[in-house]
Design a protein around this ligand. Structure first.
Ligand code: ZN
Length: 212
């Protein structure tokens, strides 16, 4: 609102009352005319319900957003120490919408962008193959000849299959690895373990190796 007398929009507050929508008595800084004004509503922080998904996992959390903002799908946010992207927004009417004023949001769905690399590890124990799926940092390095351990069993890496080739020497980053091949070492083997991957295992299967 501007001064009803001269049209100038800057004023000095003489009096204010009311909590949320403050009623102000103001004086125009240009012509000194005194008039009533409603204070602009101040933005406040809202806790918005969020569902984060990462691979097959998902969990509930929340994020603080300002009441005077809009949110749209595709927006990048930082929640629970993760970079995430908004994939869906449900408004208070229960509809999925492309964009929504923050105050009307019921739930937002986001997917984690800093996902881990998921790779397979096949460990050959004289014909019996144990296969693990593990999730590690994208930058985790695995080299041919590495001694690893999973569930107390030591193995030596002899092959790596990346997105592009089969390797028999060298190393690769987890982000390009599809599968790692290892040979089980005997329990008496004294080789020093370079990394224990037990806590990164998400799935384990075991089967007889077929030679055809
Ligand atoms: Zn005025």
């Amino acid at each position: 609102m501007v001064c009803p007398s001269c049209g100038y929009d800057d004023y000095e507050i003489l009096k204010s009352k009311g909590k949320k929508n403050k009623e102000l008595l103001v004086q125009c800084l240009e012509c000194n005319h005194v008039y009533h004004e409603i204070a602009p509503e101040e933005a406040y922080e809202l806790d918005v319900r969020v569902i984060i998904s990462e691979f097959e996992k998902s969990w509930k959390t929340s994020i603080k957003l300002y009441s005077d903002e809009y949110l749209e799908t595709g927006t990048l946010l930082y929640i629970d120490d993760k970079d995430v992207e908004v994939t869906s927004i449900e408004n208070n009417d229960g509809n999925r919408v492309y964009e929504c004023p923050v105050v009307d949001i019921k739930t937002i769905w986001v997917k984690s962008l800093d996902t881990l690399a998921r790779i397979g590890i096949s460990i050959d124990n004289q014909g019996n193959v144990i296969s693990h799926k593990i999730e590690v940092e994208q930058e985790f390095i695995i080299s041919i000849g590495d001694i690893g351990e999973i569930n107390g069993l030591k193995f030596k890496v002899y092959g790596i299959k990346t997105l592009e080739r089969n390797m028999k020497k060298g190393f690769a980053y987890a982000r390009v690895i599809k599968r790692v091949y290892g040979k089980l070492l005997s329990s008496k083997d004294k080789s020093k373990v370079k990394y224990d991957l037990t806590e990164y295992v998400v799935k384990t299967t075991s089967k007889e190796k077929s030679y055809n």
